[in-house]
Write a protein that binds this ligand. Structure first.
Ligand SMILES: [Zn+2]
Length: 240
């Protein structure tokens, strides 16, 4: 049960997209998409396909064709907004304004909500529908996100920080996780097959010594003096 997700960084090459305050939409969209792709590596059964991974022009029909050819489960296009006046602000998402599946609407609902949560104090402009080529020409559920306004001074200040771009990406990833029921890759079991496996399992079962919070046990790591004191306490060897 693997999911094919196409990540589409808006614009590129000769098409910078919107520009403002020293920023270009094409750079920000690629930055965010690369972060999304890197985080998706932590999930089981996700195949990511990019419409571009560098600064090149790809026309809209070709972007949709990449997703259609791959029989993708989802198409996610990342953009930055601009209003012209410099006064527009906030976050919004789009699905196609023609016939869409109920899944498309459900995915917009959950992914939109998770991005809003992740980006903090940003105006939520709402879940919208539009006749955008990449939404119309893709055969699978498709979503386009508009992540703040490049020509708005306070939005641009946010878009200039790596921290904020990471929050934007994180929101997309948690949204995808919830929309598709993605599961994080399990941490490697480092006890199975160890020469002391039986004793380790008994010690864990008895609650004498536990593994790390990330699920590793670390069978060959040394015990600190503090851990030793706790172990002696758990064994009932210490008097009050
Ligand atoms: Zn755009």
């Amino acid at each position: 049960m693997s999911k094919v997700i196409v990540l589409d960084p808006g614009h590129g090459g000769s098409d910078p997209g919107a520009v403002g305050h020293g920023l270009r939409e094409k750079d920000l969209t690629l930055n965010i998409v690369k972060r999304i792709g890197a985080m998706l590596k932590n999930y089981e059964g996700v195949k990511v396909i990019y419409t571009r991974t560098d600064d090149r022009f790809i026309d809209l029909s070709e972007r949709a064709a990449i997703a259609n050819k791959a029989k993708a489960d989802f198409f996610l296009s990342v953009h930055i907004n601009a209003s012209g006046s410099g006064k527009g602000t906030g976050f919004e998402t789009f699905i196609y304004n023609g016939n869409v599946s109920s899944a498309t609407i459900a995915y917009q609902n959950v992914i939109h909500a998770e991005i809003v949560k992740a980006i903090g104090n940003v105006r939520d402009r709402g879940k919208k529908r539009a006749n955008f080529a990449v939404l119309r020409q893709t055969n699978m559920p498709a979503l386009l996100t508009e992540n703040l306004f490049i020509d708005n001074p306070s939005d641009a200040a946010k878009l200039k920080t790596e921290q904020f771009l990471q929050q934007v990406a994180y929101g997309h990833v948690i949204g995808l996780e919830k929309a598709f029921g993605l599961k994080k890759k399990g941490v490697k079991d480092d006890v199975t097959g160890h020469w002391a496996e039986q004793s380790i399992r008994k010690a864990m079962k008895a609650g004498i010594i536990r593994g790390h919070s990330d699920g590793r046990y670390g069978p060959d790591e040394p015990v600190t003096r503090a851990q030793l004191a706790v172990i002696l306490e758990r064994l009932g060897l210490l008097k009050d």
